[in-house]
Design a protein around this ligand. Structure first.
Ligand SMILES: CCCCCCCCCCCC(=O)SCCNC(=O)CCNC(=O)[C@H](O)C(C)(C)COP(=O)(O)OP(=O)(O)OC[C@H]1O[C@@H](n2cnc3c(N)ncnc32)[C@H](O)[C@@H]1OP(=O)(O)O
Length: 176
């Protein structure tokens, strides 16, 4: 992370601590309630510049016998960490994501995910993630990511027609 950072301020219209946050997109793999095969993460704004979510580790998420697949864990981090930019302003997309897998994560447990903005420089937002199984002092995974703020309309302009929600987006509702 660079030394010279911008001052962080919560966006006046962002969710209050404890409040459920709006999904990225209704069919987002991570948080979209209408995603047919998604994680269906419900994210809550935390104190400061943080976001929390809980994810029951289900059978279909299995990688090695009885434990979570690393890609599912990475997706969960990506999505929860990718929600933190909403606390300070425009949406951001993942430019870089690094995950440390510290312990096997068993099917049947509930994974607690916490993401927090460490700093921002221009459009770059540096975010860390940590996951545990109920005891915050015993993390089972950690992540670090760089998220870059975008102009949502311009960024998705060439792709929005492929969205499951294309008709709504192209009809101007919801606003991209
Ligand atoms: C309806 C609501 C929807 C809401 C939409 C939100 C959905 C979020 C979903 C969860 C998160 C995801 O999965 S997002 C999906 C996965 N991610 C993506 O598809 C992103 C694909 N990549 C890109 O589109 C692009 O590379 C961008 C936007 C990340 C950056 O391109 P750009 O806009 O041209 O900007 P660029 O000048 O290159 O970079 C800006 C600054 O970031 C730095 N930078 C860029 N990439 C990197 C990198 N990998 N590692 C280090 N640094 C980097 C640059 O050096 C520069 O620093 P400096 O010069 O300022 O120092």
């Amino acid at each position: 992370m660079p030394d010279e950072l911008d001052v962080l301020e919560r966006h006046p219209k962002t969710s209050e601590p404890g409040e459920l946050m709006r999904p990225h997109n209704m069919t987002c793999f991570g948080c979209g309630p209408e995603s047919p095969h998604g994680l269906h993460l419900e994210m809550y704004a935390g104190e400061g510049f943080s976001v929390d979510a809980k994810m029951p580790v289900q059978q279909w998420m299995e990688g090695g016998p009885g434990v979570i697949h690393g890609g599912i864990l990475s997706s969960a981090f990506d999505d929860v960490m990718g929600m933190t930019p909403r606390l300070i302003g425009p949406a951001a997309v993942t430019a870089h994501l690094q995950v440390d897998f510290l312990q096997p994560i068993p099917v049947g447990k509930t994974l607690h995910l916490h993401a927090e903005i460490l700093g921002k420089q221009r459009r770059k937002i540096y975010v860390e993630g940590v996951a545990h199984l109920g005891d915050p002092d015993r993390p089972v995974a950690r992540a670090n990511g760089l998220f870059v703020q975008i102009d949502v309309r311009a960024h998705f302009a060439d792709h929005v027609e492929n969205s499951a929600k294309a008709a709504e987006y192209l009809g101007g509702k919801p606003q991209l």
